[in-house]
Write a protein that binds this ligand. Structure first.
Ligand SMILES: Cc1cc2nc3c(=O)[nH]c(=O)nc-3n(C[C@H](O)[C@H](O)[C@H](O)COP(=O)(O)OP(=O)(O)OC[C@H]3O[C@@H](n4cnc5c(N)ncnc54)[C@H](O)[C@@H]3O)c2cc1C
Ligand code: FES
Length: 280
């Protein structure tokens, strides 16, 4: 199977979107699942949220971060990835919740926001509110890539107030929880805000599903690198998650595990930069 790139566009100066042919993943995808990309033979496995599955292709929003995401950014439409594996993970139930809020502040969270709101909105009785946070005007995604069209209410916010409401989704969430009845919250993106959101929703006794992004090495439950503690019990984010009840997550442990491979990632990026200098 050739996993050809059929679309590649910038979302802003740091994130890009790609559509890739992956029929087996597209056919079985449900919001809350993710895919694993292996760009080249013997390359590392990188987990990616799926923004949508349509026909034979899946859409992913990718941040230019380290070696693999930057290298992939040099590829073009027509190039093919070595493997796309999935769908991985166990999605939360897609059902009637009532008034649902999805909050996101980072590339993976925005992808999940779109995917989840698109599906939950099709279920009778759900009223969908999306809150999407961006640092400033220059980093907002193009309108067609926002969750606006899949939400009953859409709140765009920037931390500097340059567009939309001023503040982070946490500020808007606080207001919503005080003013309205909210039946279920979902959220994805940066991990420290997800910890704060979990504490906030707990105070108001509102359930929250959060994406607990962890470093995944094999993403098949064999290596244990993505372990998280839920109510004191060990779970694997790649198999049991990555969405978990935020009120039960051991956030301190999850945050400290994220820093585990920092040195190795820096070395990989340095080697890649050296290689690129030789090419130029
Ligand atoms: C369930 C899940 C969904 C994700 N969805 C997205 C998404 O939609 N868009 C996106 O841009 N990124 C997403 N990520 C993170 C993405 O996997 C990493 O950004 C990517 O692996 C970076 O690789 P790199 O070589 O470019 O950078 P590196 O230099 O290798 O890493 C940069 C940072 O990315 C994270 N990271 C690196 N390797 C992994 C790994 N194997 N597993 C998890 N995190 C890693 C770490 O925080 C690390 O410090 C997701 C991660 C998980 C676990
Ligand atoms: S990534 Fe290895 S067990 Fe989850």
């Amino acid at each position: 199977m050739k996993h050809t790139i059929t679309r590649k566009e910038d979302l802003n100066a740091v994130d890009y979107v790609i559509d890739v042919v992956a029929p087996e993943v597209a056919k079985r995808f449900r919001p809350g699942n993710f895919a694993v990309l292996i760009t080249v033979k013997n390359g590392e496995r990188i987990p990616m949220s799926i923004e949508r599955a349509e026909g034979d292709t899946i859409t992913m929003y990718i941040k230019r971060l380290g070696k693999t995401s930057r290298e992939l950014d040099t590829w073009n439409v027509g190039d093919a990835l070595y493997k796309v594996i999935g769908p991985m993970g166990t999605p939360p139930p897609l059902k009637k919740y009532g008034t649902v809020v999805f909050a996101s502040d980072l590339v993976c969270g925005h992808a999940e926001n779109n995917a989840m709101c698109r599906e939950l909105g099709k279920i009778m009785g759900n009223h969908i509110i999306s809150i999407q946070s961006f640092p400033d005007k220059s980093l907002i995604y193009p309108e067609k890539e926002l969750a606006k069209s899949v939400s009953d209410e859409f709140i765009l916010c920037t931390e500097d107030g340059s567009v939309g409401r001023k503040g982070h989704y946490l500020d808007i969430m606080q207001e919503l929880l005080e003013e309205r009845r909210i039946d279920q919250v979902f959220a994805g993106g940066g991990i420290p805000p997800l910890q704060k959101l979990s504490e906030l929703t707990k105070k108001y006794n509102v359930p929250v599903y959060t994406t607990v992004r962890q470093i995944m090495v094999d993403a098949t439950g064999m290596c244990g690198s993505c372990r998280v503690f839920i109510d004191g019990e060990q779970k694997l984010a790649c198999i049991d998650g990555p969405m978990f009840d935020g009120h039960k997550v051991d956030w301190e442990a999850a945050i400290s595990r994220l820093a585990m491979f920092k040195n190795k990632e820096a070395v990989a990026m340095e080697c890649y930069n050296e290689k690129m200098k030789e090419v130029v």
